[in-house]
Design a protein around this ligand. Sequence first.
Ligand SMILES: C[S@@+](CC[C@H](N)C(=O)[O-])C[C@H]1O[C@@H](n2cnc3c(N)ncnc32)[C@H](O)[C@@H]1O
Length: 331
Amino acid sequence: MNRKDLLDQVIKDLNGIVGNGYDPAVRINEKFFQAAHSWFSYVWWLLTEAPGLRKNRQEIQEFMDLPFLKWQAETHRQLGRLERLKFPGLIEPLKQALLTELPYSSNEPTLLLSLGCGTMEVERQLAEAMTIRNLSIPMVIIGIDNSLQIEDEAAQNLNGLASRGVVDFQIIKQVDHENLTILCQKTKEAAKIQLAICNTDLFSLQDLPEGLFDMVYHSRLKHHIKMNNKTHLDELIEKLCACKAFEFDDYFSVPNFIFPSFITWKWPLTLNGAILSYLRDASKKELKGQANDRWALKFFNLGFYLRTLTKAQNNQPPRNIGERLNALARF
Ligand SMILES: C[S@@+](CC[C@H](N)C(=O)[O-])C[C@H]1O[C@@H](n2cnc3c(N)ncnc32)[C@H](O)[C@@H]1O
């Protein structure tokens, strides 16, 4: 489908759900895609519409947040393609932080939780980097995402690594004692990273036992979370993580609108995700205002930030996986 046909089809689909409870998101997205037909109308939209949206940013939903299965899948694929590019390295700071903090000396399985994992591109790049550097530890990563076709998209994205025998990938219906026990056994026996995806809302994990995961992290998720749930997300992470947690996202800055507009122009769904998410992002000032003694904050030049929570040092974590799984069995 060429760019114009895609834009027309998207607008038609948006019109099809007018009045179904998705306003004002439908109106916002329709105007965006109308403007994306030409550079002139797009720049005009940036100058005249975007500032007003920024002021009411709780009203913004990206096209990916609306209930279009086929478009959600396409948006995930396009984001994955972009994140694979060496430059600008859209998930590099998070990948490096995870690589630095993994407990390489441990023989016990390390449990990681990735919230809003999308196609598990972060995990794909992490596993690839570990293979290149010959770093091998028993490790299970559970990805959580509530997008409906995400399991198929993740399976496709990880197919290359799985067929080379670097990782095993599975879909799990819930994060429970049985599934985690099997995955922990598999990572020890097969000496392979076990990646699993669970299609559920992340807030459904709130009853899991404290400190179940060594590390908990998320990438480009925070801006999708409603204002009144952002603190709730931090609390959930503080509860579930035993050692370190990472929050990785973009912050609001004017240059963020210029560069991505050029690189994503060819792919209007990614352009929509990038630009509307920048409009929802917290500013540097807001992030600094939220800083506290538990979460350290670091900014990166390309408009990214990383918040880090340290509950215990990675070289002395509460490594007894048996106890943690037993606690899960009691739930
Ligand atoms: C922009 S994507 C980022 C995907 C991935 N972390 C990455 O960086 O490539 C945000 C993801 O968060 C997911 N998401 C948003 N709200 C969620 C929730 N409440 N529970 C689970 N997943 C959620 C979306 O479905 C989407 O896949």
